[in-house]
Design a protein around this ligand. Structure first.
Ligand code: 5RP
Length: 215
């Protein structure tokens, strides 16, 4: 799959333009994108990063990392996903960076999602849905998730997000209405963000292959 990830990431460079500040996601597919973006480092203003991991890689290539508050609205955000449905609704957060990813996606005019073919599904939910939670609310949120969805939340033991929070991965979901589920789970006190990107889906999905498929 790493070839497919690289092909998707390299295709996403087509969306980069001179002078841009580029929003950059997190994960192994995005790592290929950052490597490809290195060739553009003197043509872009810099990048807004969604994680410490991506920040380190961007800086290792000499790409300026800019605070989102200073950058303002972005033209382009490029990120991977754990699952993608035909309507470009996504599950994200396998790398625990969902909250910052969601913030940057919201701030961006165009969200280009880069995936390998294994990420495509008809209905979201085979991949356990990540939910970032304030630590003291972990059990409360888990109980509410069971009550509301029937899914099974599992604490991602040992993982602390860049924001100091914990992750619950919700198993056994079949998410037929991702917008409604995102809205409902967002209401639970203690939930920081839900790894459903449905209210603000991707605008373009690039599926790595020879040639890459764009939809
Ligand atoms: C990180 C994410 C990633 O985009 C998602 O997990 C996909 O990762 P990869 O490109 O390594 O398959 O949401 O929080």
């Amino acid at each position: 799959m790493s070839d497919a990830k690289k092909l998707a990431a390299e295709k996403a460079i087509d969306y980069v333009e001179d002078g841009m500040i580029v929003g950059v996601g997190t994960g192994s597919t995005v790592a290929y994108f950052i490597d490809a973006l290195a060739a553009w480092k003197d043509r872009i203003q810099g990048a807004v990063s969604s994680s410490e991991q991506s920040t380190a890689r961007l800086k290792s290539h000499g790409i300026d990392v800019i605070d989102l508050n200073a950058a303002g609205p972005l033209s382009l955000y490029v990120d991977g996903a754990d699952e993608c449905d035909p309507r470009k609704h996504l599950i994200k957060g396998g790398g625990a960076a969902l909250t910052r990813e969601k913030i940057i996606a919201e701030a961006s005019a165009k969200f280009v999602c880069i995936v390998d073919p294994s990420k495509r599904v008809d209905v979201l939910g085979r991949f356990p849905l990540p939910v970032e939670v304030i630590p003291m609310a972990r059990s409360l949120v888990a109980r509410e998730i069971v009550r509301l969805t029937g899914g099974q939340p599992v604490w991602r033991d040992g993982v602390v997000t860049d924001n100091g929070n914990v992750i619950l991965d919700v198993h056994n979901l079949s998410i037929v209405d991702p917008v409604a589920m995102e809205r409902e789970l967002n209401q639970i006190p203690g939930v920081v963000s839900v790894g459903l990107f449905a209210r603000r889906p991707a605008d373009v999905v690039i599926v790595g292959g020879q040639p890459p498929q764009v939809f």
